[in-house]
Each structure stands twice: as structure tokens, then as C-alpha cells.
Design a binder for this molecule. Structure first.
Ligand code: HEC
Ligand code: HEC
Length: 257
């Protein structure tokens, strides 16, 4: 073989080598991370198959385990929910570093994330540098250094807590998983074109002081009944069907109002 042919034969190997496999169970090393958070308890489980990444975060805060699973695909756009907010991500390899750029929208404000994942040469340390910028706040950077843990150290997921176990004043959403309640709340703002404070005393979400909250409860029951009585099994009617981004839906076409 000529030198050139040898080179060419090695090229595919060299390219394959530049995209490492992050599959495994990883635990935050708070001492090596920046900013250091000695009390932080975060683990990440990654399943990587070809371009597809399944990433599950588990955080323990004040004795409560919070879990969130995201899916990404290298070279593609992916849609996920982050803390109940819709998030769009673009994922690509930059050499041996996986770059995930995401925008999540929390009540109209954008959280922009630029995350870079890389593996140490021995494969036992995963570094995840997160640049985040929310609304008009200045950009910040966190470095999370994670150590590899045995694959069997990841316990199966506990079923999510129900809304009534987490929140204080649940009347109509009993039996709904708590993360789902947050998602519904975020959707309500879009469907009705309002903010949280239309229905809530902010930061005292359990209070029933605003009439719109009680109206919303009645509307949920109404929508349930409409669907059960007319569209069994499919449930196509939602708040959006009538509201279309307005607090008060139109009853007649505009020229007849
Ligand atoms: C259109 C009215 C409406 C809007 C807008 C709305 N909510 Fe709610 N929210 C409700 C209703 C109704 C309940 C009670 C559900 C029940 O009784 O099961 C509730 C319950 C909650 C609870 C549970 C409180 C507790 O402890 O019982 C939280 C938290 C919450 N909402 C957060 C939000 C957030 C955050 C937003 C904005 C992103 C929001 N909500 C927007 C109507 C609304
Ligand atoms: C069948 C049509 C229809 C559907 C579906 C519907 N609504 Fe309504 N909603 C109305 C109408 C009509 C009004 C306005 C009544 C008025 O003019 O006083 C209204 C009013 C409201 C109001 C009071 C608005 C204000 O000024 O504060 C809230 C809150 C509300 N709806 C929440 C919801 C929620 C939440 C859902 C989904 C669970 C929903 N609605 C689904 C027809 C609908």
C-alpha cells in the first residue's frame, strides 16, 4: 500500500474516533464543578445509539428526587419539555464535543442554552459546560464534571408524584402527574393569551382569590363533558377550540358582533 492509500484507509477510522459514546450513568463531582455546589446531587443517565441521545437528569433537592428525560439527535432539531416549558434544540458534533443549542420559552421569556458535552480520554469523566441566558439577564457559564458510575447503580424511575401529593389545592386535576400540571398551566397561557397572574396570585398559586381560576375549573369540567358525551375516546375539544389565544372567545363572526 502506498502511504496515501494507507492514509485514506485510516480516514474513516479517524472520523469514527472523533465521536465518542457517552452511554452510561454519571454522577456530579461537586468539588470539580464550577460554580461549586457542595450540596448538589445530580446524576445523568445517557443512552447513545448512533445519532440518537436519550438523556435523563435526576436531581435530589431537599430530599425530593426530580427527574427529567430529554431526547436529542445529532444533525437534527429536537423538541422536548423542560420544567414544563417547550424547548427546541439543535444538536451537532464539533469534533469530539457534542454541542446542544436550545431555546426554552417560559411564559414568553426565552431561556437560551448552549451546552457542550465531552469525554475524558480514559472515558471515565464527562464534562458538560452549560452557558445559559434568561430573558435580558447576562449570560452565565456552569461547568459540570461528572464521574462514571456502574450502569446498575441507576434505580428504575419512581412513578411521578400526583398533583394532589405535590400541590395544596387540587380539585379537578386529582390523579394527574404533577409534571403534567405544570405543562397544562404553561399551555393555558398560550391557549387563553393570558399570563399566570390572570388566574393566580403569583407565588401563592393555591389561593382561589381570582375569579378566572374558578371559571377555569368550570371550563375544565365543561370540556370533559363535551368530549365524553360527543367524542368518546378521542377528546378533540380543548380550551384552544374556542379561545384561540383570547380570554373571551367570540360568539359570532366579527361582522355580526
Ligand atoms: C386560565 C387560568 C389559569 C392560568 C392562566 C394558569 N393557571 Fe395555574 N391553575 C389554574 C387552576 C384552575 C388550578 C387548580 C387546578 C385544580 O383545582 O385541580 C391551577 C393550579 C395551579 C397550581 C397548583 C397550586 C396548588 O398548590 O394547588 C400551580 C402551581 C399553578 N397552577 C401554576 C401556574 C403557573 C406557573 C401558571 C403560568 C405559567 C398558571 N398556573 C397559569 C388555572 C390557571
Ligand atoms: C365551547 C367553547 C369553550 C371552551 C371549549 C372553553 N371555553 Fe372558556 N370561555 C368560553 C366563553 C364563551 C367564555 C366567555 C364568557 C363571557 O363572555 O363571559 C369563556 C371564558 C373563560 C374564562 C374567563 C375569561 C376571563 O375574562 O377571565 C376563563 C378563565 C376560561 N374561559 C377558561 C377556559 C379553559 C381553561 C378552558 C379549557 C379547559 C376553556 N375555557 C374552554 C368558551 C369556552
Amino acid at each position: 500500500m502506498t502511504k496515501l492509500a494507507l492514509w485514506l484507509a485510516l480516514v474513516p477510522w479517524a472520523i469514527a474516533q472523533t465521536t465518542p459514546n457517552f452511554t452510561g450513568v454519571w454522577e456530579l463531582n461537586p468539588a470539580k464543578s464550577h460554580p461549586t455546589r457542595p450540596d448538589a446531587n445530580m446524576r445523568i443517565k445517557i443512552d447513545q445509539q448512533g445519532p440518537d441521545f436519550g438523556v435523563t437528569f435526576r436531581n435530589v433537592e431537599r430530599g425530593e428526587t426530580q427527574e427529567e428525560s430529554l431526547k436529542f439527535a445529532a444533525g437534527q432539531e429536537s423538541k422536548n419539555q423542560m420544567h414544563g416549558a417547550p424547548m427546541t434544540s439543535h444538536t451537532e458534533w464539533d469534533g469530539a464535543t457534542l454541542v446542544v443549542r436550545s431555546v426554552a420559552v417560559f411564559s414568553g421569556k426565552e431561556l437560551r442554552l448552549n451546552n457542550r458535552w465531552s469525554l475524558s480520554p480514559d472515558g471515565n469523566t464527562l464534562t458538560f459546560v452549560e452557558r445559559h441566558q434568561f430573558g435580558d439577564s447576562p449570560e452565565e457559564e456552569d461547568t459540570h464534571v461528572l464521574d462514571r458510575r456502574p450502569g446498575n447503580s441507576w434505580e428504575p424511575s419512581a412513578p411521578p408524584k400526583l398533583a394532589e401529593e405535590v400541590y395544596k389545592n387540587i380539585q379537578i386535576m386529582k390523579g394527574v402527574p404533577a409534571p403534567r400540571l405544570r405543562l397544562v398551566m404553561t399551555n393555558l397561557t398560550t391557549w387563553l393569551g393570558v399570563r399566570c397572574d390572570h388566574c393566580h396570585v403569583v407565588n401563592e398559586f393555591e389561593k382561589d382569590d381570582k375569579p378566572a381560576k374558578e371559571t377555569a375549573r368550570k371550563m375544565f369540567k365543561m370540556v370533559r363533558t363535551i368530549n365524553q358525551d360527543n367524542f368518546p375516546g378521542t377528546g378533540p375539544v380543548t380550551c384552544w377550540t374556542c379561545h384561540r389565544g383570547q380570554a373571551k372567545p367570540q360568539s359570532l363572526p366579527p361582522q355580526q358582533l
